[in-house]
Design a protein around this ligand. Structure first.
Ligand code: SF4
Length: 360
C-alpha cells in the first residue's frame, strides 16, 4: 500500500467515498459544517493528507473504516488492506481568549499545518436565490461552533498559539461576501495584517472579486496568495448551482488576470468542483485555461455537506476523478504550474484535492 500510485488513488477514493469511523474511535475527526472541508477531517497517511468526509449520508456505504488497535489508528478497506492513519491533534483548541472565546471558535487546523478561518461567517447571498447550493457557511453559525465576525487580534492570538503548539506553517482566510463594495476584503486585510505582524506566517485570502479590482491591492502587504473561485466552467451548471458566480463569470476572469499580475504565477488559485453535472471536457479545458493564465486549478470532488442545499447529492465516481487528475497533472507540467511553488493556502495544504498528488 506504500506505493505513491496506491497512496494517491487511495486519497481520491477517500475524498469521494469518505470513511466510516468505528464507534470506539472517539478521537477521530468530525466537524459538522462551515465554508471549508466540513463534516469530516484530515487523515494523514503515506506521506500525504486528505480531508475525508466522515459524517455525510454516503459515508455509510464507504468501503473504508477507521479502527483503533494498540493505541494506533488503521484505515481498512473491504478488500482487507490496511494502512496506518494519523489525525492532527490541535492542542490550541482547548485554549480561550481573555474574553473567554474558545480558540476553536476563532480558527481551525486544516490539513497538517494550515490554520484556517472564515473572517466573516455570513454571506449576502445566503437568504436569496443566488446562494451557492454546495455551501454551508452559515450552518456552523447556527450551530454555535463559530462566531460571525472574527476580531483581527483574536485570530492573531490563535495563530501564535497554533504556530507554537502545532507547528502551523501557513494560514488560509476566507470570507462570506458582504453587502459592501469591498465584498469583505477590508476585514480580510485587517485580519491578515494582524496575523502577519504577530507571526510573519504566509497567508492566503479567498474572496469574491469586488467591482473595483483595485480593492484587491489592499491585501498586497500582508497576503501572499489569493483564491478567487469560479467552481465550474459549465455556464449552465454554474447558473443553477452558484447563480451569483454565473453572473460575474467574465469579471472573475478579469480578477484572475489582475491578481496574477499582482501576486505572481502559481500564487492565485480557483476551486473547480467536479460532480455538479458538468462534462469532463469542461473541467479539463477550464483547468487548462487557468493554468495557462498562471492560476492553479484546485480541482476537488463535490463535497455534499450536511445542511447545504446539496447535502443529499453523491460525490463523483473516484475513477472519473483519477482520470481527470492524471490529465490535468500533465497540463500543470506543461505550463510549469505546481503546488510546490505555492506559498500558502489550499494549494499548499492539498488536503481537499488529490491533484498535487498526481503531479509529476
Ligand atoms: S485544502 Fe483548503 S479548505 Fe481544504 S483543508 Fe486545506 S486549507 Fe482547508
Amino acid at each position: 500500500m506504500a506505493h505513491k500510485k496506491d497512496i494517491r488513488e487511495l486519497k481520491v477514493e477517500l475524498l469521494c467515498r469518505g470513511a466510516r469511523i468505528a464507534k470506539n474511535n472517539v478521537n477521530a475527526p468530525r466537524r459538522k459544517a462551515g465554508a471549508g472541508p466540513a463534516a469530516g477531517g484530515a487523515f494523514i497517511f503515506g506521506g500525504t493528507v486528505a480531508n475525508v468526509p466522515t459524517m455525510s449520508w454516503f459515508v455509510s456505504r464507504s468501503p473504508f473504516i477507521v479502527e483503533e488497535a494498540c493505541g494506533k489508528y488503521f484505515l481498512t478497506t473491504s478488500s482487507g488492506h490496511s494502512i496506518e492513519v494519523k489525525f492532527p491533534d490541535p492542542k490550541f483548541y482547548d485554549m480561550r481568549t481573555a474574553d473567554g472565546i474558545p480558540y476553536k471558535k476563532i480558527a481551525l487546523l486544516h490539513g497538517v499545518n494550515c490554520l484556517a478561518t472564515t473572517t466573516i461567517q455570513t454571506c449576502v447571498y445566503w437568504h436569496t436565490h443566488k446562494r451557492c447550493k454546495f455551501c454551508a457557511i452559515e450552518i456552523s453559525l447556527q450551530e454555535n461552533t463559530t462566531i460571525a465576525k472574527k476580531k483581527p487580534e483574536d485570530v492573531a492570538e490563535v495563530a501564535i498559539a497554533a504556530m507554537k503548539l502545532n507547528g502551523v506553517r501557513h494560514v488560509t482566510l476566507t470570507t462570506g461576501t458582504t453587502a459592501t463594495s469591498d465584498k469583505g476584503i477590508y476585514h480580510l486585510s485587517a485580519v491578515a495584517n494582524a496575523i502577519k505582524n504577530a507571526t510573519n506566517l504566509p497567508i492566503h485570502a479567498q474572496f469574491e472579486p469586488p467591482k473595483d479590482l483595485n480593492i484587491i491591492g489592499k491585501l498586497y502587504d500582508a497576503v501572499d496568495t489569493v483564491g478567487i473561485h469560479v467552481e465550474s466552467f459549465d455556464r449552465d451548471v454554474l447558473s443553477d448551482v452558484a447563480p451569483c458566480k454565473a453572473e460575474m463569470f467574465e469579471h472573475i476572469i478579469d480578477a484572475w488576470r489582475y491578481s496574477v499580475d499582482m501576486f505572481g504565477e502559481n500564487q492565485v488559485s480557483s476551486y473547480v468542483i467536479v460532480g455538479l453535472g458538468e462534462s469532463d471536457k469542461s473541467v479539463i479545458e477550464g483547468s487548462k485555461f487557468l493554468a495557462e493564465m498562471g492560476v492553479y486549478p484546485y480541482v476537488v470532488p463535490l463535497r455534499p455537506i450536511p445542511g447545504s442545499q446539496m447535502e443529499h447529492e453523491m460525490p463523483p465516481n473516484p475513477e472519473r476523478m483519477k482520470r481527470l487528475y492524471a490529465e490535468i497533472a500533465e497540463i500543470l507540467h506543461e505550463t510549469g504550474m505546481s503546488w510546490r511553488k505555492c506559498r500558502a493556502g489550499c494549494v499548499k495544504c492539498r488536503a481537499c484535492s488529490a491533484l498535487p498528488d498526481f503531479e509529476r
